[in-house]
Design a protein around this ligand. Structure first.
Ligand code: MN
Length: 421
């Protein structure tokens, strides 16, 4: 049987070369329909969702109990472990192949199992156990450091020695399409003697990728590179909404708190680590060489293109404000996971790790408005003469990401969020 990543595979379902969801991808999500409102597990293929519960009911995926796919999250499926993830993906690939008759020629099953994407509602794909946000782009950390501490002290002394992070909130991780209420908080503008309480005036986004942990680790035990890699079920695009003015007043000495906990949006489809494997590339050279527990023996970065588009209130179409790549990240997701468990911290099924804002070396590769507008001093100019330094009510932000294969792309769809007052 050909490997599901084989670039020559074709599905009997027509897939546009510009689609995010060719047979080489097969990302997992949770969906419902008006006719069947119970959320269940599906896989995206072209303009369709393949209903895995229907296939399992029909005994087409024999390594997984149908009930696992009737769950409103992927956690029960992830709990079956990497071996089952891989075998299930291979089986789904086989069922969708143009030269495999089993589903292709079974009209009744096709009618039940293939749902037009336009008819589904997509839900949060995982029950988020914990959410941790890293800070692993050297370009982002440097930009922020230059703005707040000057060029000579841009990177903190610890930054090149370990992946820096804070613990975020799982309770407010939401799926693409969820509106985001402008946060309120303590604000102390420059010059003010005492803080006040009110709506955030410097609302920002952060372009990130999120790792979905699919396999737990044991409290008290460290992880090897190999173990950490095997625990990664897949990736989503993540928008770590940030209230810069709240952050600036509250972050000393324990780091961000209310500035980050009001909302984190993720894309609905989890692209598996296996599907991304062909796009692995080496990351930047790490100098100084990391401590032995953080060293990598093989590449764990991805050649994954990202863009961010802003449709400011009053605009008909979104305008691209950032184009960058996940490949620039200094610390890889595997290193983040190894470091996360290194003290003895247990990782759980459904843990979500934000990569940190992804910025590249060029000006148009900055992954936050804080950087794009250089702390509000250089407004971004949008079509129609509209300018923005930070997000206003009614603004809608869309992030997209994909890996370009030969004649197909392994994509993530999008994560969208609109700000309301
Ligand atoms: Mn962040």
């Amino acid at each position: 049987m050909p490997h599901p990543n084989d670039p020559t595979l074709r599905s009997f379902i027509p897939v546009d070369p510009a689609s995010d969801f060719p047979i080489q991808n097969l990302p997992y999500g949770v969906f419902s329909t008006a006719a069947m409102p119970a959320p269940r597990v599906g896989v995206a293929i072209g303009d369709y969702v393949l209903d895995l519960w229907q296939l399992a009911q029909d005994c087409r995926i024999d390594m997984v109990e149908p009930g696992v796919f009737a769950a409103p999250s992927l956690n029960p499926f992830m709990a079956l472990g990497p071996n089952v993830w891989s075998r299930t993906r291979a089986r789904i690939s086989e069922l969708l192949r143009h030269d495999h008759a089993e589903l292709r020629d079974n009209e009744k099953l096709r009618q039940r199992a293939l749902v037009p994407m336009a008819d589904v509602k997509l839900h949060l794909p995982i029950a988020v156990a914990g959410y941790t946000d890293f800070y692993s782009s050297r370009e982002h950390a440097t930009n922020v450091g230059v703005m707040f501490r000057g060029k000579d002290n841009a990177l903190q002394p610890n930054w090149l020695h370990m992946p820096i992070a804070y613990n975020g909130r799982a309770s407010t991780v939401v799926v693409s399409g969820t509106t985001v209420r402008r946060p309120r908080g303590q604000l102390k503008p420059p010059g003010a003697e005492v803080p006040g309480f009110g709506p955030c005036k410097r609302l920002d986004f952060e372009l990130e990728m999120g790792v979905v942990v699919g396999k737990p680790s044991v409290m008290g035990e460290m992880l090897t590179e190999q173990q950490a890699e095997e625990m990664i079920f897949g990736f989503v695009i993540l928008n770590d909404w940030s209230a810069r003015d709240i952050q600036q007043w509250e972050y000393v000495p324990l780091g961000p708190f209310q500035a980050k906990v009001f909302a984190t949006s993720i894309s609905p489809w989890i692209v598996t680590r296996e599907a991304l494997e062909p796009f692995c590339v080496p990351g930047p050279v790490q100098d100084p060489v990391p401590l032995p527990y953080l060293r990598q023996t093989r590449p764990h970065n991805y050649d994954l293109q990202l863009d961010v588009a802003l449709r400011a209130a009053g605009m008909n179409e979104a305008a691209t404000i950032c184009r960058t790549s996940f490949k620039y990240m200094y610390w890889s997701s595997v290193q983040q996971l190894v470091h996360h468990a290194s003290s003895g911290c247990a990782m759980n099924i459904g843990d979500l790790l934000g990569s940190g804002t992804i910025s590249g070396p060029e000006k148009d590769q900055r992954g936050s408005l804080l950087e794009i507008s250089w702390n509000g001093t250089e407004p971004v100019e949008l079509p129609g003469g509209i300018k923005r330094t930070f997000l206003e009510d009614g603004d809608s932000l869309v992030m997209r990401g994909w890996c370009q294969g030969d004649g197909f792309r392994v994509g993530f769809g999008e994560v969208e969020g609109t700000i309301v007052g």
